[in-house]
Design a protein around this ligand. Structure first.
Ligand SMILES: *Cc1c(COP(=O)(O)O)cnc(C)c1O
Length: 351
């Protein structure tokens, strides 16, 4: 009976797959590998004792929003809206513009949720291939697709996942100027990159900037943020579920953002270890190419991706195989930068 009622687009989708890590060294999901000192955890537990779980959470938590504004340097006159992860914000955007004959456009290979959530909400999804071998934007192709499809939404991950590069800033700006709808610059990896569109908010009516705390060490909380002009965000707020950020997430995020220096020290370590891992991976015999990265992961091409993936798994290291996911990613693997010890285990398992 489900065949009759579930929309055909949904029946064609494959569920988002997450591997079971077991005891493996987990380098597949761009998590921050560092935990907190005991004293910090104890201080958090004291705060959590007082969270009133019998009450609904604050629908639009002012202290947390202010802390996010400060740490993420949101321009004063911009609105912000919170999501249960930035995934939920993508879903809100898709729902708000949704309907037939509406398109969402993104470069490919890119973040898979753009496509999944487009299709789930009934939007037409348009993927525009990046250029080989450096995964730069194909600007003429992007502009032609924008002209042809008049997308309600364009998503640009900056840096891009899974390729790790920052697109040329001037080219992103050209896309913002050409797009008839909103351009969402997804800065999930901002902490690891040297550039951001946040300061540019307000210069273009259709520019929105998305951030998340997932990649800076708080993936378990599920908290993302969208910043932009009121004209877009006030409308978007109408499709947000009223209590989408739970009380425990609010309390933990406030606690952690007050200790932003601790998170920054961790991301600085990850950036330094990224350079070391980049050098070391390049020296391995199975590795054909490692792409430079502005994120907390590295994309590499190996001689035989399924074989290398299986060998690493056997040796207790879980990474992501992208082989078969897009023609430009043949025999490609993505590894998250872990602790120095985890990176050592990765290199050892490789050998
Ligand atoms: C990981 C990732 C996200 C998802 O972030 P959540 O806040 O954990 O939902 C969004 N965009 C890109 C490009 C990502 O890689």
């Amino acid at each position: 009976m489900s065949k009759k009622w579930i929309r055909p687009q949904i029946q064609e989708l494959a569920a988002y797959h997450v591997s079971e890590p077991g005891n493996a060294v987990k380098l597949d999901a761009m998590e921050n590998p560092y935990t907190w000192d005991e004293a910090v955890t104890d201080a958090l537990l004291k705060v959590l004792r007082k969270v009133p779980l019998n009450r609904y959470p604050h629908p639009s938590p002012p202290v947390l929003k202010q802390l996010l504004r400060e740490t993420m340097q949101v321009p004063q006159d911009m609105r912000i809206i919170l999501g249960n992860g930035s995934d939920e914000i993508i879903q809100m955007l898709a729902l708000a513009v949704g309907g037939e004959n509406r398109s969402l456009l993104a470069p490919e290979p890119g973040f898979v949720m753009y496509r999944m959530l487009s299709l789930a909400s009934g939007l037409n999804y348009v993927g525009v291939p990046l250029r080989a071998p450096d995964f730069a934007l194909d600007l003429p192709a992007m502009l032609a697709a924008i002209e042809q499809y008049q997308p309600a939404l364009v998503f640009i991950a900056y840096p891009n996942n899974p390729t790790g590069n920052l697109f040329k800033r001037e080219e992103v700006e050209e896309i913002i100027r050409a797009a008839p709808g909103a351009v969402v610059v997804d800065e999930a990896y901002c902490a690891f990159a040297g550039d951001s569109f946040m300061p540019m908010l307000g210069q273009y009516d259709n520019l929105l900037v998305m951030r998340t705390v997932s990649k800076i060490g708080l993936a378990g909380l599920r908290l993302g943020m969208l910043a932009g002009p009121a004209a877009w965000l006030d409308e978007l707020d109408k499709v947000r579920l009223p209590y989408n950020i739970n009380s425990l997430t609010q309390a933990c995020a406030e606690f952690a953002l007050r200790r932003y220096d601790m998170l920054s020290a961790q991301t600085a370590k990850i950036r330094a270890d990224r350079s070391r891992l980049f050098e070391a991976l390049q020296k391995l015999p199975d590795v054909l190419k490692v792409w430079p990265s502005e994120a907390n992961f590295l994309l590499l091409r190996v001689t035989d991706a399924p074989q290398v993936f299986a060998r690493l798994k056997q040796n207790g290291v879980l990474i992501k195989s992208l082989h078969g996911s897009h023609p430009l990613l043949e025999h490609c693997l993505r590894v998250t930068v872990g602790t120095a010890e985890e990176n050592r285990l990765l290199l050892e398992a490789f050998a």
